[in-house]
Design a protein around this ligand. Structure first.
Ligand code: MG
Length: 268
């Protein structure tokens, strides 16, 4: 362990972002202070949100009052998708449906080719319409392109046109492709292991010495538990304090109202 608190039982921390650190452009109570208190502990951010690039996410954090994190510590599902596809096929071709950040992440490793794509990649954000659905399903059915989904979230709490709203997640946006083609996608984000595995590689630590902090039991917590990572659920996002968790969700190791309480519980 390369930090100073002998009571703190972890060598590293993985953090979800939306619903843990901020809502849109609003930092969550205690989040800025919590980040100061773990500055000396190795940590990375893992987010299923592929809409922004890591550098843009780091800028956003600085803009809303956090110390700007090193962008290499921010792993989005868009970046993880691009890195994974490059492992499957260097210089892959793709047709992507989703926000600008997803396209830019994929362009780092592959190239867009809507006539001969190896992969049809569906992520969050605008982009799905009759035309893009038609292009995508033809690539899959006629040319054998593999369907890829950046993350399985069916909905996300976010901001749309200036208002807080529930938006369709990649898991919902990929559904018409599944229906039209009868093919299942390969899905990259939490709770699938890939984002966590990239984070553990980045940190060079073993899963069982890490703590994952998230707001969603169905993605953040389950995915971490499956790899043997310890878990803390904060009730500042998907669930509110006192709200009953669904029966089929395994209990996190820590279940706290917010990062203020977690900081106390962990003796930080
Ligand atoms: Mg979240």
């Amino acid at each position: 362990m390369n930090h100073n608190n002998p009571l703190f039982p972890f060598s590293a921390i993985l953090l979800d972002m939306d619903g843990v650190l901020f809502h849109g452009m609003n930092p969550i109570d205690g989040a800025i202070d919590f980040m100061h208190s773990i500055e000396h502990i190795p940590h990375v951010f893992i987010t299923n949100n592929p809409i922004r690039l890591p550098e843009s996410m780091a800028d956003k954090m600085a803009e809303i009052g956090f110390k700007r994190p090193d962008e290499r510590l921010i792993i989005t599902s868009g970046e993880a998708t691009a890195a994974w596809l490059a492992q499957q096929k260097p210089k892959f071709s793709f047709f992507a449906i989703g926000a600008g950040g997803l396209h830019k992440s994929l362009q780092k490793y592959g190239y867009e080719d809507q006539d001969k794509a190896d992969y049809v990649v569906v992520g969050e954000g605008e982009g799905l319409d009759y035309s893009s659905l038609t292009t995508g399903i033809n690539l899959i059915i006629k040319q054998g392109a593999q369907l890829i989904c950046t993350n399985p979230d069916t909905s996300v709490d976010a901001f749309y046109r200036g208002k807080r709203a529930i938006l369709p997640g990649a898991g919902a946006l990929v559904a018409p492709f599944i229906t039209a083609t009868g093919k299942q996608p390969i899905t990259i984000g939490k709770p699938k292991p890939l984002l966590y595995e990239i984070a553990l590689q980045e940190l060079q630590v073993q899963a069982n010495t890490c703590l994952m902090i998230g707001d969603r039991p169905d993605t953040d917590i389950i995915g971490a538990q499956q790899l043997g990572i310890q878990t803390a659920l904060v009730r500042t996002g998907r669930f509110t304090p006192g709200e009953q968790l669904p029966d089929n969700m395994p209990a996190p190791d820590w279940d706290v109202e917010n990062l203020i309480q977690l900081k106390k519980s962990l003796g930080l």
